[in-house]
Design a protein around this ligand. Structure first.
Ligand SMILES: Nc1nc2c(ncn2[C@@H]2O[C@H](COP(=O)(O)OP(=O)(O)O)[C@@H](O)[C@H]2O)c(=O)[nH]1
Ligand SMILES: [Mg+2]
Length: 213
């Protein structure tokens, strides 16, 4: 009996009968396919691998490094910090394609004296976020100097430039020329606001996606 209905269904289907018409000929309890009728969604795939990556916040004082991390990590259950060598480390787990990435976000405690003194901070980093303050053009020069310093201390690493405080009015006289020249040299800029959250996830993810081997 089942074979009869199967054959009838296949016959009707193969003869280009509209889909609904074909369904009308199906016996209610007849299974046409051997697999499940409504295959379940595939289970949420586990990451195929998990990696940890050290990421440093770089930029001169008060550009918003600490505020950006706070904004990015706040509310995340799996949040940790430790204090070492004058640095604070927050952790954030993200997913890049099928890779689970633990971002270990290094930020300097308090003032930036340490950053000025030593690049020990950047050792072992996979990449960094270079933060500038869009209301203070001098922070771009400071960022450029830091970038050169990291380049010499630990070699070329992926980095993203966060043009922070995008919520504030004001612009740079020398923009966009300054940034265009740097863009041409491969710098990637993301406008962010630690205050409103604009661009923050995007900036961190943009870096994270560059840290996968
Ligand atoms: N309006 C505004 N203020 C910000 C933003 N990010 C940081 N700030 C302020 O800038 C000051 C320095 O921020 P902080 O995160 O301590 O800078 P850091 O020295 O680079 O760590 C603080 O008063 C922050 O509240 C932002 O996106 N918008
Ligand atoms: Mg800070």
């Amino acid at each position: 009996m089942v074979d009869f209905w199967n054959e009838l269904f296949l016959f009707v289907s193969q003869n280009a009968t509209p889909h609904l018409g074909a369904l009308a000929f199906r016996a209610p309890s007849t299974r046409i396919h051997t697999g499940p009728v409504n295959p379940a969604e595939p289970p949420a795939a586990e990451p195929s691998r998990k990696i940890k990556r050290k990421v440093c916040m770089l930029g001169t004082f008060a550009v918003g490094k600490t505020s950006l991390i706070r904004r990015y990590v706040r509310g995340v259950f799996d949040e940790k910090y430790l204090t070492t060598m004058g640095a604070k480390v927050d952790k954030k787990n993200v997913r890049v394609a099928d890779v689970g990435v633990d971002l270990l976000l290094w930020d300097l405690n308090g003032e930036d004296r340490f950053q000025a003194l030593s690049m020990e901070y950047a050792r072992g980093a996979a990449g960094y976020l270079l933060v500038i303050d869009r209301t203070r053009p001098a922070t771009l020069e400071a960022a450029h100097a830091l970038q050169q310093k990291v380049l010499h201390a630990v070699g070329p690493l992926p980095f993203i430039v966060l043009v922070n405080k995008s919520d504030l009015p004001g612009h740079w006289d020398r923009q966009p020329g300054d940034l265009d020249a740097l863009r041409a040299g491969g710098w990637v800029f993301v406008e962010t606001s630690a205050r409103t959250g604009t661009g923050v996830d995007e900036a961190f993810m943009s870096l994270a996606s560059r840290l996968i081997d």
